[in-house]
Design a protein around this ligand. Structure first.
Ligand code: ZN
Length: 145
């Protein structure tokens, strides 16, 4: 996995670098990360972002925090819906920043107790949500596709 410290300028995919884009949730077993709880509301909202990935990565990343890493994309289920994670990135809009995270962040939060920065948690819960016009407009301005 590619490691980036939280809230550092996003640089992973050159064509997706935008002003004020910062990293969140690029974890790797070689680096410590913040552990703690997040509101259930945040987990539910984060799922909506993972359903609407905006940047596809080549191949897939593997969660190396898991002891037995499975080959291929990671299947994650919430309710009656299953997503294949580890092949894309999401974008979350804060008041003055754009948070760039791997879609695996959902797995990190739910399975590895990763606690993202507070400002990210707030943006996921209170910021524009995928499926809304506000989100779509912001996304179009980024021209990521
Ligand atoms: Zn894992």
């Amino acid at each position: 996995m590619t490691f980036f410290k939280d809230l550092t300028p996003y640089s992973f995919k050159r064509s997706a670098i935008r002003t004020n884009s910062v990293n969140v949730g690029w974890l790797d077993i070689a680096h410590t990360y913040q552990v703690g709880s997040v509101p259930l509301e945040m987990i539910e909202a984060l799922w909506r972002f993972c359903r609407a990935p905006v940047v596809r990565t080549r191949g897939f990343h593997v969660c190396n925090l898991c002891h037995a890493s499975q080959p291929g994309p990671l299947r994650v289920t919430q309710g009656d819906e299953t997503l294949k994670l580890s092949t894309a990135e999401i974008r979350v809009f804060g008041s003055n920043k754009i948070y760039a995270a791997p879609d695996l962040i959902y797995h990190y939060v739910t399975k590895h107790a990763y606690q993202p920065p507070d400002e990210f948690v707030v943006a996921v819960i209170s910021g524009p949500s995928p499926g809304t016009e506000a989100y779509q407009e912001l996304l179009e301005q980024l021209r990521l596709n």
